[in-house]
Design a protein around this ligand. Structure first.
Ligand code: OKP
Ligand code: ZN
Length: 353
């Protein structure tokens, strides 16, 4: 198994996120990735690589998933934030005003010149700080996802995009939930473009992958399946219900399996087995797994109760599909354990593959 790690991830290092009316320290910290990389090396699981992708190919792969105006916004966001006020260079950019959905009440089609306002046009929460290195880190993460897709396309049974910031909350033209570019979607689309007819995305992060669902909602060639905390009580709240089944040609190609806060491994595993059957019934010929480790019992912001040893079983169950598989690193905020948990999953997969 090849792992493509993001050499620039630490350029993205938020200071704080807005939570219930105050600024709190960020959970999504660089040490998360460092722990996973250290554990991969300690157990000598596969090989570690930096992604080698030329700029034009990377921009093209990003453009297959994200809106060009959104990409341009991200590429210039930091400079525009600082241009608003030079002292902004000392502070992370966070939005504080948003247009709601009603087009007669809020004009989303008329991006304001004011950058603080445009930040709110593209963000769906105030918990996703953007800083000087965000674009470099996120773009390099997309390169990891593309490199992993290519490795699988070149015959590897599995490849791992070890990157942060994560991706599964990012949509065609929105960011939030610590995510800017949707790494899993970029990998899935790259596999489609390389000739795989049916690609499945099986999201096991604690939080619903609202960005990924939105991107593929009307498509029958990419099946999206997600196991997550019930949006009635859990972030991102406004998507992820069981009755969202896809639309138009994509009807029947989105499967949400929301589970209550407090769910332990037996019930979670039963849902995973259902998700795996859906991928098999779809006759997918490649699999992308947005691999969030925040289902862990010790996760500080999540509510499932999986234990470290359970992740070995998770990897084994995923391997039973027998599909070329790209893993992308998503959530997991119990920093000391995230390396062990992630590598347990990958090792379980690899030993069964
Ligand atoms: C990103 B990923 C905690 C409130 C929730 C957003 C969580 C984003 C999770 N202070 N903030 O899916 O792991
Ligand atoms: Zn998560």
């Amino acid at each position: 198994m090849k792992t493509f790690h993001n050499p620039h991830h630490a350029l993205h290092q938020g200071r704080h996120e807005m939570f219930r009316g105050r600024l709190v320290a960020c959970h999504e910290v660089p040490a998360r990735l460092d722990h996973v990389r250290a554990e991969l090396q300690r157990r000598a699981l596969g090989s570690l690589h930096e992604p080698v992708i030329d700029d034009a190919a990377l921009d093209a792969a990003i453009a297959r998933v994200h809106d060009p105006r959104y990409v341009a916004f991200l590429a210039h966001a930091w400079d525009e934030w600082v241009a608003l006020d030079p002292s902004n260079a000392q502070r992370d950019a966070l939005p504080s005003v948003w247009p709601l959905g009603n087009p007669h009440a809020f004009r989303r089609d008329r991006p304001p010149a004011n950058f603080a306002a445009r930040l709110g046009l593209y963000a769906f929460d105030a918990g996703t700080p953007l800083m000087a290195g965000t674009w470099t880190a996120a773009r390099s993460g997309a390169a990891c996802a593309l490199a992993a897709a290519r490795a699988v396309q070149d015959g590897q049974r599995a490849a791992f995009a070890l990157t942060r910031p994560p991706g599964h909350h990012a949509g065609p033209d929105f960011f939030g939930g610590y995510c800017f570019l949707n790494n899993a979607a970029i990998a899935a689309q790259a596999l489609r473009d390389a000739g795989r007819a049916r690609v499945a995305v099986l999201d096991i992060d604690y939080h619903h992958g609202n960005g990924t669902q939105t991107l593929f909602y009307e498509r029958a060639d990419v099946l999206t399946v997600s196991l997550h905390g019930d949006p009635q009580t859990e972030y991102p709240f406004f998507l992820g219900h069981a009755d969202e089944r896809g639309a138009g040609p994509g009807e029947g190609f989105n499967l949400n399996l929301p589970l209550p806060r407090g769910t332990g491994f037996p019930a979670w595993r039963a849902a995973l087995e259902r998700a795996v059957r859906a991928v098999a019934d779809f006759r997918a010929d490649a699999l992308v797994v947005p691999m969030g480790m925040d289902t862990f019992e010790g996760d500080p912001i999540s509510g499932f109760l999986l234990r470290s040893a359970d992740y070995t079983t998770v990897g084994r169950l995923l391997a039973e599909l027998g599909l070329p598989t790209v893993f992308t690193f998503e959530g997991g905020y119990a920093v000391a354990e995230v390396g062990i948990n992630a590598v347990n999953l990958l090792e379980g997969f690899w030993q069964a593959a």
